[in-house]
Design a protein around this ligand. Sequence first.
Ligand SMILES: *Cc1c(COP(=O)(O)O)cnc(C)c1O
Length: 485
Amino acid sequence: MSTVYDKSESGKQGTSFSRELLAEGDPEGELDSELLRSEEPLLPEVTQPELIRHYTELSKKNYGVDDGLYPLGSCTMKHNPKPMEDLAGDPRFQKHHPLVSEEVVQGNLELAYKLGEDLKNISGMDGITLQPSAGAHGELTGMLMIRKYHEVNGELERRRKILLPDSSHGTNPASAAVAGFDAVEIKSNEKGTVDLEELRSKVGSDTAGIMLTVPNTLGIFEKDITEIAEIVHEAGGLCYFDGANLNAFLGRVRPGDIGMDITHFNLHKTFSTPHGGGGPGSGPVGVKEKLVPYLPVPQVEKNGEKYGFNYDVANSIGKVNAFPGSFGVMVKAYSYIRALGDQGLREVSGNAVLNANYLKEKLKESYTVAYEGLCKHEFVLSGSDVGGGVKTVDIAKRLLDYGYHPPTVYFPLIVKEALMVEPTETESKESLDKFVEAMRDIAEEAAEDPEVLHQAPKSTPVGRLDETKAAREPVLRWREEESGK
Ligand SMILES: *Cc1c(COP(=O)(O)O)cnc(C)c1O
């Protein structure tokens, strides 16, 4: 594999403009000379077909949802139907500049408003903001609202702590800390859920709130959640529900019905936009009545038959985004929710849980399951018992040779050699069986010929990379001396 610079040859041209015109720069002499380049830009010189072929070749080295199963736990690849992409790409949605007047975009505002109403219904919440651009951004928005709530009640000084189970998603403690709180860890019990005794011992008058990832990163639903809510509320704290993986209970459980005060959605997980799709994402936040006054501005409102933005909210935490949110993602989410309907949404969670449990029971024959019992949309295996000195990283790398995207590895941190698996809800039994077969073959290789695993991957454009060098010593500049041109 060579870079496009390796393919460059002086004098070749890929544009249809004449070289003279490009070289002339500013033929009319309209620009200040200091704005003009003194040297030619360092661009590769290739023909148009060479350029197209280079990027087509690169694109074929990718692996995506359209290639095969994508069992990435927590980061999660839900179903992303193409018709929703087409709708979001419709110029009537896409071509609106975010600063055009509200009159011109009544339809867009109506869509945003109705999506907000749907999300309120789905989560059992009273208010909503569609502004945050990601799940973690939603968490931060939620934490800022918790701050504001305690501030208005004159208790912010002493309420400094956010409680977090050790099974919570990694972004949770980070969001609490960025909002200025101290993150306090709560240990899980042997079932992988919050230990109520431990919670009681940590909760107090300094508690600002709790952040619960549900299902937690072990794929387990917090069965004591209403009791947890009571304990935290009694101490004057608020309950934040990380609903990024709503696909596990969509249409069955509403955070607002089980004592939760705030929840965020990952539209770019549950509602038809791929997570990790290169962005943008959308992380709306729903809140109960007592937090509605603190929602960010602008808020999309309906007055009579008209829709508009309201910036005039006295106790709002303010703006959390430059514009009112990632509109294309909202189009996909809204059309997906409308296309599925109540029954369809319920089936999403049914299939997600069925697929995950089927896979877990099958994989149990060759791997250790970290926590037994029914899981929700995902589960965690441990790669520590396959033998042959094989580790989780070897299993993940070997899966690439079998043509699969590996599961999430080494997360959650509370499981040794963790392999976190989540099958998309729309995978067929046959495709799950094929994945099981690959995993079983790999376990057999670990016992019989572990060296194959230590050497994997063999079939990819690059082999085993230095896991940390790229992060520690990034090379961000193209180096002329290395290209030899
Ligand atoms: C993905 C995820 C997040 C973070 O979402 P981003 O959009 O990546 O910021 C938070 N919590 C949970 C449980 C998640 O799975």
